[in-house]
Ligand binder design. Structure first.
Ligand code: Q0Z
Length: 297
């Protein structure tokens, strides 16, 4: 558990924290914690926080032409003890919707399709199988629940929450464009980005801006392309070893989650690093050196 003694902590999620940075900025810190079935394990995955920060940084740089983003720096103003797994960002006024984009039909989208033939109010062709690629990526927003799970809404629900139809239309358009860009890139490198969730906000000048993390395994489903087979649920690129091991223990998925054995930790760390190296096309070490991250015990 990170304690950045000098900085006021503003919020903590299950696997990350936000601190107040200099001059009204925010410091987003990704931890090495991992969850399966929504429960955090007591065992950290070394370098997971750095891989997620490295991936977000890669995507922010690659998508800046679609939409500006909140990233300021991964070095200047980032305390030594979190270098590599933290970013200094501009503070935004976040929109009250989660901008989910789905390129494949899985998870709650698959449930909704089976029950109604539609997802987020969008009618889909009959006969889709679990994990099928969709005819085109869908914007399927959800509410931001303070506690518990976000609730799926249709586009009209997003218009109401955002309070401005033209802004909501732009949010939908850029969300789909961001997903398309990232999914095309990942697919060329053997990873299917099945779906993802963006958080958008308005900067101090009122400009629509991409915030939070982008297309990480924590905000998206990453599937190994070479194992893709519609008609069933897909293995997770990053968490499959933990899930398989957790299931094999007979753990009933209620808290507390069991500690993860060393070999499962090591193999899972390797998958996170592999995801970064495939997508960014550089050794993960290059990221650690670029951010001047220091090895820690
Ligand atoms: C992000 C979150 C958590 C990490 C608020 N640029 C921004 N401006 C204003 N607010 C946010 C951001 Cl990124 C913001 N979150 C989600 C929660 C750790 C990120 F505990 N919440």
């Amino acid at each position: 558990m990170t304690v950045l003694r000098d900085l006021p902590k503003l919020a903590s999620g299950k696997v990350r924290e936000i601190y107040e940075g200099p001059d009204g900025t925010l410091l987003l810190v990704a931890s090495n914690r991992i969850s399966t079935y929504d429960v955090i394990h007591p065992t950290p995955i070394p370098d997971k926080g750095s891989v997620l920060t490295a991936l977000s940084t890669f995507w922010f740089e690659r998508t800046a032409g679609i939409l500006s983003n909140h990233l300021l720096s991964v070095t200047d103003g980032v305390p030594d003890e979190v270098r590599g797994r933290a970013m200094l960002v501009r503070r935004l006024e976040m929109l009250p919707v989660e901008c989910v984009v789905r390129g494949y039909i899985t998870g709650s989208g698959w449930k909704d399709y089976q029950a109604t033939g539609a997802v987020s109010g969008i009618e889909l062709p009959a006969g889709l199988r679990e994990s099928d690629r969709l005819p085109e990526p869908l914007f399927t927003p959800s509410t931001k629940a303070e506690v518990g799970h976000d609730e799926a809404i249709d586009f009209e629900g997003a218009v109401e929450l955002i309070g401005d139809r033209e802004l909501a239309e732009r949010v939908r358009e850029v969300s789909i464009a961001l997903y398309q860009r990232a999914a095309d890139h990942a697919r060329e490198r053997g990873i299917i980005l099945a779906d993802t969730k963006f958080e958008l906000g308005l900067d101090s000048a009122g400009a629509l801006t991409l915030g939070d993390e982008i297309c990480t395994p924590d905000s998206s489903r990453f599937w190994p392309a070479d194992q893709y087979e519609p008609g069933r649920s897909q293995p997770s690129f990053d968490k499959q070893y933990v899930r398989d091991w957790a299931s094999s223990t007979g753990w009933d998925r209620t808290p507390p989650a069991p500690p993860i054995p060393d070999d499962v930790v090591a193999r899972t760390r390797e998958k996170y690093v592999e995801a970064y190296e495939r997508i960014a096309g550089e050794p993960f070490d290059a990221w650690l050196r670029r951010t001047d991250a220091r090895p820690r015990p």
